[in-house]
Design a binder for this molecule. Structure first.
Ligand code: 4AD
Ligand code: MG
Length: 448
């Protein structure tokens, strides 16, 4: 067989890097993912967080103790293994390991085995065991892609002259509408978990020019859709001296950069999740743009042809079937701009050409993955902003500081927010956001 002798040099490495050690003996630290036996041959599959690799343990080539140890290994037992790396065309990662030494750190008791076996489990069971589910290859791949998306978002903005400014999470007032706030008791006063860092980064944008925030945000809306979490992560760029056109340009280059980065660095993980990669390769700026009214006309025409069951009620936000229909018309994200001001947030700048519309944009991901970005130009006029705060019955005193931004050097400014989980769902091709974040918080889930 290999002739490898236990005890020789065996540098520590990870499964994703074994290719750098072809023909050499290495040490891997991980867990047993699966074990097959065929007569005098054992085929343990190990995982270490960077990938999985199949080991080969022929009875004739290892000590009797090593053979028995591997033979008795249970799923998810933690092990340090040593062996020689061998290229194999048929192996999923291109390499196998001729194992000669195994140290068991903790052997899982076979009378209380790892609850997630390789057979199918229902998603409720898996979510109840999310703390263990994250170990399975597909879930680990999704988490690596999530990390890449976050890094890409930050690298893009850092490289484009944006400064990260962290807004508070405990806030005195609403940003996106009062019905969706989580109240918290704050030394005898009522405070809220933030819905968006936007209002605060409008302040830092007027200080630093181009800024962004990246952090957790909270929405108490009681929606049970496959796109809503109560706690999610948002990246929000904000620019002074910029309007809707610059914002849409930023959005398309931002998204194209992120997709390109994931394709370049996480291709194997995309394949593992079963993603149709050709669909992602089509994501290039510029993106198609439609006014809200044009999108409504498309929906009505589709309804008239019998392609949509419901007629669209003008003035509404798009529902999920509407978004799916609209986005299915294009192979790139669709930017829908200039919604009726009445359906959008209080801070949006009205279109100077027709004040019934807001200078805002929603970016709808292709293939029916829904809205990934929402943004707008902000009201720059003190008087108009004050009037909107009053019309929306928001507490004026809590917005004193926000109005100050329109008193001292007010300028045109604009920004957007991208929900990380929506972006992960789209890029990984997941039909529910619960798998896009390590521990999802939804209307009916707080455990684990
Ligand atoms: O469209 P939204 O509500 O916009 C804002 O919060 C703005 N203040 C952002 C800004 O202009 N700086 O949210 C922005 C994005 C949505 O497009 C969506 O991707 C995501 O955040 N999002 C959610 N993701 C998961 N669960 C929820 N409940 C979400 N609500 C919004
Ligand atoms: Mg929105």
């Amino acid at each position: 067989m290999t002739g490898t002798q236990p005890g020789g040099e065996a540098p520590l490495t990870t499964i994703d890097k074994v290719g750098e050690h072809e023909g050499q003996r290495v040490t891997l630290r991980g867990w047993l993912y699966n074990l097959r036996a065929s007569g005098k041959l054992l085929f343990p599959i190990f995982r270490d967080g960077s990938g999985t690799i199949q080991g080969i343990v022929p009875k004739a080539a290892v000590s009797p103790e090593t053979f028995e140890t591997v033979k008795g290994l249970t799923q998810e037992s933690s092990v340090v293994v040593r062996g020689r790396v061998r290229a194999d065309q048929r192996a999923p990662g291109g390499y196998e390991l001729d194992v000669d030494e195994v140290e068991v750190r903790q052997r899982v008791d076979e009378n209380a085995p790892f609850p997630i076996t390789l057979k199918e489990h229902g998603v409720d069971f898996l979510m109840e065991h999310r703390h263990l589910w994250v170990r399975t290859p597909r879930q680990s791949a999704i988490l690596r892609i999530r990390a890449e998306i976050i890094k890409a978002a930050r690298d893009f903005l850092d490289g484009a002259g944006f400064t990260l400014t962290d807004p508070p999470i405990l806030t005195p007032a609403a940003c996106e509408g009062t019905s969706t706030l989580f109240p918290v008791e704050y030394f005898g006063e009522e405070a809220f978990l933030t819905q968006s860092g936007q209002l605060y980064i409008e302040s830092t944008a007027l200080a630093l020019g181009k800024v962004y925030s990246f952090g957790p945000t909270f929405r108490a809306e009681k929606s049970k859709t496959r796109r809503h979490l109560t706690e999610f992560w948002m990246v929000e760029p904000e620019m002074a001296y910029a309007g809707l056109d610059e914002l849409m340009e930023l959005a398309e280059h931002f998204i194209a950069f992120i997709v390109d980065r994931v394709l370049g660095r996480r291709r194997a993980d995309l394949v593992l999740t079963g993603r149709d990669i050709a669909k992602l390769e089509a994501i290039q700026a510029p993106f198609p743009r439609l006014r809200y009214d044009e999108a409504v006309a498309m929906l009505n025409a589709a309804h008239a042809r019998g392609e949509l069951p419901q007629p669209f009620e003008y003035g509404n936000d798009f529902g999920s079937p509407d978004e799916t229909y609209l986005s299915s018309q294009y192979d790139r994200p669709l930017m829908v701009h200039r919604y009726p001001a009445a359906v959008k947030a209080f801070y949006m700048q009205p279109d100077p050409e027709d004040a019934r519309y807001a200078l805002c944009v929603d970016v709808l991901a292709p293939e029916g993955y829904g809205e990934v970005i929402g943004g707008s130009e902000r009201i720059a006029s003190y008087n108009l902003l004050k009037q909107r705060i009053e019309e929306h019955h928001l507490p004026l005193d809590a917005f004193g500081w926000y109005l100050d931004l329109r008193r001292y050097g007010s300028v045109q400014h604009a920004g957007f927010g991208m929900g990380i989980e929506r972006a992960v769902a789209w890029i990984c091709g997941l039909d529910h956001v619960r798998e896009t974040i390590p521990f999802a918080r939804t209307l009916n889930r707080m455990y684990p």
